[in-house]
Design a protein around this ligand. Structure first.
Ligand SMILES: [Zn+2]
Ligand SMILES: [Zn+2]
Length: 425
């Protein structure tokens, strides 16, 4: 069997499935299967409950096939899965995307991982007995630089493409040399077209090694020491004892400001939204009155709105592209509520599953979709720079009624299956 090198990056419009990760319990060694999106490892044997943390990105590898005695090299690929929006012409179009591409500066290596069976289980880089071989450090290119590169290859001119990554990670695939050419160590067969050993081996041998390994953080509140519960894919964990919120995704726990728009009654579910103070280059967008003027919203100016701070809002959870943008637009166009409660026991909440730095990407979309005059949308959008100055989480109250989740204060509704299905729609 021969493997054809994909000259173009694999793009799948519907492939929403995740890889599974094999990992041993750090306490008792029991085998545990995690989903790619999981952040909390719970062991049912020893009751260990730890957060999987990294300074930047998770790095996984595809285990090589058995019985290869040659040196295995692990080649890094970016994997980005999430929402993609294109601003062009008079409109914003969207799609779901799932892409991977080479994370090294090499013209010889395959551009993408190629087709990999989704049933294949990955492992975390570092700390395994069977990962002997050379892990090539991923190039210093940032996610942004790579995405820009990707955009220039795929976008039409005069279009702007925005990615909101739900999953951004590095996946290593194993290769080795046999009979003078590079071979795939999963399928045990040479790449096609042939990649000569002499042309690529010196670069792989001299490349720096990857030193990364996953960190396990005990889930204890840094303020009061209480246990921090959380769904397995939670990016933010909440202390029910002292009502604090934490982001453990870097190696430290970072406190996250949060509040809730509380509602009376027992049957309320709270959904998290990022409320972001964003600086937009060249525009004054400090108050809600500024937004009305800039976007030409059909609202009468009022004295109060010149004193109402303006925030961009975005769901802090995964949602299909259409609903995601709709909620960004609706909540951003609504002045921020005044009666928010800081002292909120975060119970009956939907987990935070979309990080704020990814949600920030929605600002340009939200603004573009609010601006009434769409004639020069792509040009305007391309010239704007957005930077995050401050942020917090705001829980909004929803009630389930006739298969719909209804915002109890604003009366906006969404199909309740949108949440359980998340990005798989
Ligand atoms: Zn255990
Ligand atoms: Zn606490």
């Amino acid at each position: 069997m021969k493997i054809y090198r994909n000259l173009f990056i694999v793009i799948s419009a519907v492939n929403g499935s995740n890889f599974q990760i094999e990992q041993q319990c750090p306490q008792c060694g029991a085998p545990i299967i995690l989903d790619e999106a999981d952040r909390i490892l719970s062991c049912k044997f020893c009751r260990t409950h730890v957060y999987l943390a990294t300074e930047d990105l998770f790095r996984f590898y595809i285990p090589p096939a058995q019985g290869i005695s040659e040196t295995i090299y692990f080649i890094p690929y970016w994997r980005i899965k999430g929402l993609s929006y294109t601003i062009g012409g008079m409109d914003i179009s969207n799609k779901y995307f799932d892409i991977n591409f080479l994370c090294l500066d090499s013209k010889l290596l395959p551009h993408s991982l190629g087709l990999r069976p989704q049933a294949m289980k990955l492992k975390f880089v570092g700390g395994n007995n069977d990962d002997t071989g050379k892990f090539i450090a991923s190039s210093s290119n940032t996610r942004e630089a790579l995405l820009n590169n990707f955009r220039t290859h795929t976008s039409e001119p005069r279009q702007q493409e925005i990615f909101i990554g739900e999953t951004v990670s590095v996946i290593y695939t194993p290769v080795y040399f046999a009979n003078g050419c590079l071979c795939d160590a999963v399928l045990k067969s040479p790449f096609y077209p042939k990649i000569e050993e002499a042309a690529i081996r010196p670069a792989l041998d001299s490349a720096p090694d990857e030193k990364w390994h996953v960190e396990f953080l005990p889930l204890l509140c840094p303020d009061c020491g209480a246990d921090l519960p959380g769904g397995k894919d939670a990016l933010t964990v909440f202390c029910g004892n002292c009502n604090s919120a934490w982001n453990p995704s870097t190696k430290n726990f970072t406190k996250v400001k949060y509040s809730a728009w509380q509602e009376q009654g027992d049957d309320i579910t709270y959904l998290p939204f990022w409320q972001m103070k964003v600086k937009v280059s060249g525009f004054q967008l400090e108050t809600y009155a500024d937004l009305i003027k800039l976007a030409n919203l059909p609202k009468a100016p009022s004295e109060e709105w010149t004193k109402t701070p303006f925030y961009f809002c975005a769901p802090a959870f995964k949602l299909n592209p259409v609903l995601f943008l709709r909620w960004c637009r609706q909540l951003t166009a609504t002045p921020s509520p005044k009666d928010l409660t800081d002292d909120f026991p975060a119970k009956k909440i939907h987990q935070v599953t979309l990080p704020v730095n990814e949600a920030l990407g929605s600002s340009i979309l939200t603004l573009s979709s609010l601006i009434a005059d769409k004639r020069h949308l792509a040009d305007v959008a391309a010239s704007l720079k957005f930077s995050l100055e401050d942020y917090s989480l705001v829980f909004h109250p929803f009630k389930i009624s006739a298969g719909e989740l209804v915002h109890t204060k604003l009366d906006f509704a969404m199909d309740s299956s949108a949440l359980t299905l998340g990005s798989y729609l």
